[in-house]
Ligand binder design. Sequence first.
Ligand SMILES: C[S@@+](CC[C@H](N)C(=O)[O-])C[C@H]1O[C@@H](n2cnc3c(N)ncnc32)[C@H](O)[C@@H]1O
Length: 302
Amino acid sequence: MTNERSEFQHISVMSQEVQGALDLKEGAVVVDGTLGLGGHAVMMAAKIGIKGHLIGIDQDACAIDLARIRLKDFKGRLDVVKSNFSRLDQVLKDLGVDEVDAVLLDLGVSSLQLDDPVRGFSFRADGPLDMRMDADAATTAEELVNELPEKDLADLIFHYGEERFSRRIAQRIVQLRAGQRIRTTGELADIVLRSLPRGYQRDKLHPATRTFQALRIAVNRELEVLEETLDRAFKHLKIGGRIAVIAFHSLEDRIVKDKFRTLAREGCAALLTKKPLRPTEAEAADNPRSRSARFRVLERIG
Ligand SMILES: C[S@@+](CC[C@H](N)C(=O)[O-])C[C@H]1O[C@@H](n2cnc3c(N)ncnc32)[C@H](O)[C@@H]1O
């Protein structure tokens, strides 16, 4: 399979599968709700052509700027909007669009965000504990780590990180923050590491992975906005229109699975993927970030 490689180093995940599943025709109206660096968008733009309309949404201003550059040769109608995809109704209303042929959500963070220490998403390089995809959003990971009561912090790490040592981690955070505010990804990763039983090696994941995932989900309200948006996106689909979602962890995939099944049971939609599609072995080897991807597609039939 060929991957869409960007000069800014985000490799679009499951591009061939997205292209096949959306089956876009010339002149289609498409929403890319997670524009990122525009990799999937460039591919969709080529399909919908000069009569097409591509609406790209991202809550990250840096991504928006880079995607605009990447899409500069698209000759159809292009609207690039800095917004949360949960505001889809308002975005479409502002553009005078009611119905669309396809919506794509490629969830989570881009490599642009993950690899920039200043954004605070990764424990691999030290940076401020931020984790906001939208730099204008109110709450940072630093605030959650330093201000949540111990029980709430433990619950957050348990539910959003599926971390069985959540209580020990929260307890240690609360002990240490009593002395000095915890400010960096490096400090937090170190605290997590020291909270685990000595010599404990659960799996190949870095011990801080689950705690960082939990904080990122909470900071960006990832599960809430996904849940709200699936209904909104479906409402704007034409009959025959499709919604495609790439999820990167089981919590978000469960939301997509349940919502798609409900719509199919109600008789207004057909599941085009009974089970989620996974990246090929070749893609997983070429792009390790794709390994956890699960791709589901739904078509509106009524
Ligand atoms: C995995 S990247 C998308 C990569 C893109 N498909 C490509 O091929 O370049 C996810 C992007 O979605 C954005 N994003 C995630 N959740 C969002 C939300 N609720 N609203 C708007 N943008 C969101 C992130 O800021 C990030 O830029």
